[in-house]
Design a protein around this ligand. Structure first.
Ligand SMILES: Cc1cc2nc3c(=O)[nH]c(=O)nc-3n(C[C@H](O)[C@H](O)[C@H](O)COP(=O)(O)OP(=O)(O)OC[C@H]3O[C@@H](n4cnc5c(N)ncnc54)[C@H](O)[C@@H]3O)c2cc1C
Length: 405
């Protein structure tokens, strides 16, 4: 027997959050943040008060112990409210990487950042990508070496979300650094994960990008020059950071899928209102089948992708709680969600912009914020589109068919 309904508690979380978003995140406010380039910290504190920050962390660590289906409901609602996706990005980066760090960190790191981030008093993110590339982990140049009881980190991280927030609010990053040369044929081995506080001596932000979208959260780069980290800032095991990174990516990618679907749903609703309201040739433009059919196709795809995404979140919960499904089975499904949802949401924004005609090309119309924001996930934040295809094809054909091995 298959039951596709959400629990009563999940429905309450959705309606409470929708109410909070209607009050605090109207589209005029989103436009204001998009123009100013910042999210008010009071909003982050508001989310903390609702228990939404790193909500999947266990209760004993300050989280709600929420499951991933519930986290996806929250992601969908935030994507629905903030179609620029700046706030959803901030929330999901913290939720996924905060969860992964919390799972593998020492009590000291938990005190230093996780508990603070849950209260909205610090930011935690992922700093994996380097200026030489993000997809090819074997190409990472950042290094960590052990000296006495300390780790010394050197290198540069680039295209990193939240660098200004981490500097201004406190907090830091999950970083990857090479601790051993990779054995032949296994480029992913020899990387180690660390928690890097942004206020460490030797860390310097050297770049803030002028992004095309999600303007209210910063993207930047930083250098690490002989940064000393204590032993208990090591995450998981030495040389096994790749696996931890993949765990964080899985969590981030499923939340991205739900955010993209929330934004697509909202934009489609904005479009539907316009189809009824705008008139051409003496009738509402929604009477024209050319537009109706596009709407119907988009709605059908939205429902199909929602089923895929929530089923995958359910699989994640089964994996974590009951060890049902293998990590690779779940990763394949998550990559399917990350492969499809950003491009679908982008197409919806494009369709609806066209329905809006000239108005759609102006900043008086909110939809262009969605198009710009969603593009970041088409390009590759939390993993390029082709890398999702690589993950899926690897599971379908077998490891022997990985092109770069
Ligand atoms: C707005 C934004 C925010 C970001 N925030 C963060 C962050 O917070 N932390 C972080 O660590 N990174 C972040 N990133 C970086 C992101 O993770 C990388 O963009 C992504 O991993 C891809 O790396 P790259 O951009 O270097 O592209 P590359 O790896 O150089 O790839 C370039 C192109 O080649 C393709 N390609 C690469 N390998 C293959 C292959 N094997 N087969 C087929 N095609 C391939 C890719 O799909 C892509 O189209 C962010 C990116 C953006 C756009």
């Amino acid at each position: 027997m298959v039951d596709f309904s959400f629990t009563e508690e999940q429905e309450i979380i959705r309606s409470t959050l929708r109410e909070w978003c209607n009050k605090n995140l109207p589209l005029e406010k989103i436009r204001e943040w998009d123009t100013k380039g910042e999210i008010p910290q009071s909003i982050v504190k508001g989310m903390a008060n609702l228990g939404l920050l790193i909500m999947t962390a266990p209760e004993e660590h300050g989280g709600l112990g929420a499951d991933w289906v519930t986290a996806c409901i929250v992601a969908e609602e935030l994507g629905y409210a903030d179609i620029s996706i700046a706030l959803p990005v901030l929330w999901l980066v913290e939720s996924s990487w905060g969860y992964a760090v919390d799972k593998h960190c020492s009590e000291r790191v938990r005190e230093d950042v996780i508990r603070k981030a849950i209260k909205g008093d610090a930011f935690i993110g992922i700093a994996s990508t380097e200026s030489s590339g993000g997809s090819d982990v074997a190409g990472f140049r950042s290094t960590a070496r052990k000296e006495g009881d300390k780790w010394i980190l050197n290198g540069e991280k680039m295209y990193i979300s939240g660098t200004e927030e981490a500097k201004n609010w406190g907090g830091g990053y999950f970083v990857n650094a090479r601790t051993s040369p990779p054995p032949p044929g296994a480029p992913h081995r020899g990387l180690t994960g660390f928690y890097l506080p942004m206020n460490s001596a030797g860390v310097e932000i050297n770049k803030r990008f002028d992004d095309m979208g999600r303007m209210a959260i910063s993207t930047g780069g930083f250098v690490m020059k002989n940064v000393e980290l204590p032993e208990d800032y090591l995450l998981g095991e030495v040389d096994k950071g790749f696996y931890l990174t993949m765990e964080g990516f899985d969590c981030a990618r499923i939340l991205i899928a739900a955010v993209c679907l929330g934004t697509a749903k909202r934009v489609l609703e904005l479009g539907m209102d316009y189809l009824k309201e705008r008139r051409a040739f003496g009738r509402p433009i929604g009477k024209f089948e050319g537009l109706q059919f596009e709407l119907a196709d988009d709605w059908a795809e939205l429902e199909a992708l929602r089923s895929l995404t929530f089923r995958t979140a359910w699989m994640m919960d089964k994996r974590y709680k009951e060890k049902r499904f293998t990590p690779l089975e779940v990763a394949q499904m998550i990559s399917a969600c990350k492969l499809k949802t950003p491009h679908f949401a982008f197409d919806v924004c494009k369709h609806v912009m066209l329905w809006f005609g000239a108005y759609g090309y102006t900043k008086e119309c909110p939809v262009e914020m969605g198009l710009r924001g969603i593009m970041s996930y088409c390009i590759g934040a939390e993993g390029a589109t082709n890398i999702q295809r690589v993950v899926i094809a690897r599971e379908l054909l077998g490891k022997d068919y990985i092109a770069y091995k």
